[in-house]
Design a protein around this ligand. Structure first.
Ligand code: G3H
Ligand code: 13P
Ligand code: ZN
Length: 312
């Protein structure tokens, strides 16, 4: 059933678990996420980035997500890292139930001003708004913050920002990073900072850049790489360990964003299939293992986040 971010996260807050927000870019990713949510009886957030909209088109993405939202579990249709105000307005008017405005790289006053504008548009339509304060490092397609530009969220500023903007959820920077290369050593989240922010901010806290970068799946992407002459692609990839995620949830995180883990699962499955199935030309069969590995990934996340069985 189609739900807002606000209602899904309010319930998660009462139950002290987190809801997974998975980036969807095509039909196979979307099916992997929604089928697993239904199998596990878990609420789920389907999110599309500006890169996804550029790739697939907003109308196609909305149409696919609407079908998924007919499922018997709560489904949020969410804009991830919206930076273009025109696109966000279009999403609000076109059926998304939640949008993120990402003004984290702007000066404080400008971030507040733009977030308030988005909140005003959204409230009229009953749409939820996630905003961001602090800057999370890392590089994906259209979401890119260098090591130098990144900074952790200040608790006092976060409290003031949430109060001024009246956002429904707040993304913060406490040591995670976007993409498969999060850190040179094992990332350590600033849990003390999170605790402080959570005690001062009423809005539920969002963790971006939270992929675990499974060493098993990374190894699996390399199994056939000599044949693809592409052996070093994921060299040095490192993610957020499960134990850190559990700590983050215990200390107030209620929405957790996952994209890279799905990308790695997809790539591992596709490489293996292309190398082992020499005769295959049917795209549906070529992507079957990718879908299976993505489903296993989503299942693991829903169990880890504690959202399994929380659909009712
Ligand atoms: O945080 C960013 C998301 O993972 C989206 O990445 O811009 O490559 O679609 P993308
Ligand atoms: P990962 O790159 O860690 O999957 O983070 C995704 C994300 O934060 C999307 O907004
Ligand atoms: Zn993100």
């Amino acid at each position: 059933m189609l739900s807002t971010l606000k209602s899904v996260l309010a319930k998660a807050d009462r139950g002290r678990y987190a809801v997974g927000a998975f980036n969807v870019n095509n039909l196979e990713i979307l099916q992997a996420v929604i089928e697993t949510a239904v199998e596990l009886n878990s609420p789920v957030i389907l999110q599309t980035s500006e890169g996804a909209v550029e790739y697939a088109g907003m109308d196609y993405l909305i149409a696919m997500m609407r079908v998924a939202a007919k499922s018997p579990v709560p489904v949020v249709m969410h804009v991830d890292h919206g930076k273009n105000l025109k696109t966000i307005k279009k999403a609000i008017d076109s059926g998304y139930t939640s949008v993120m405005y990402d003004g984290s790289s702007l000066p404080y006053a400008e971030n507040v001003k733009n977030t308030k504008q988005v909140v005003a548009w959204a409230k009229k339509k009953g749409v939820s708004v996630e905003a961001e304060i602090g800057a999370i490092k890392g590089v994906e397609d259209l979401v890119s913050v260098s090591e130098k530009e990144a900074f952790f969220t200040d608790s006092v500023e976060a409290a003031r920002f949430a109060k001024e903007t009246k956002c429904d959820a707040l993304a913060i920077s406490i040591g995670t990073a976007h993409g498969a290369y999060k850190s040179k050593t094992e990332p350590l989240l600033d849990i003390a900072r999170l605790k402080k922010i959570d005690s001062m901010v009423k809005a539920p806290i969002v963790l971006h850049g939270a992929s675990g970068i499974s060493p098993e799946l990374v190894a699996r992407t390399k199994d056939y790489c000599s044949m693809l002459e592409d052996c070093n692609r994921l060299e040095g990839a490192i993610g957020i360990p499960d134990e850190q995620i559990v700590l983050a949830i215990r200390n107030g995180v209620r929405k957790i964003n996952i994209d890279s883990d799905l990308r790695i699962a997809f790539t591992a499955g596709l490489r293996e299939t292309i190398i082992t199935d020499h005769k295959g030309i049917d795209p549906r069969k070529l992507m079957a293992l990718s879908k299976k590995l993505m489903k296993e990934t989503v299942k693991h996340k829903m169990e880890l986040f504690g959202s399994k069985g929380k659909a009712k």
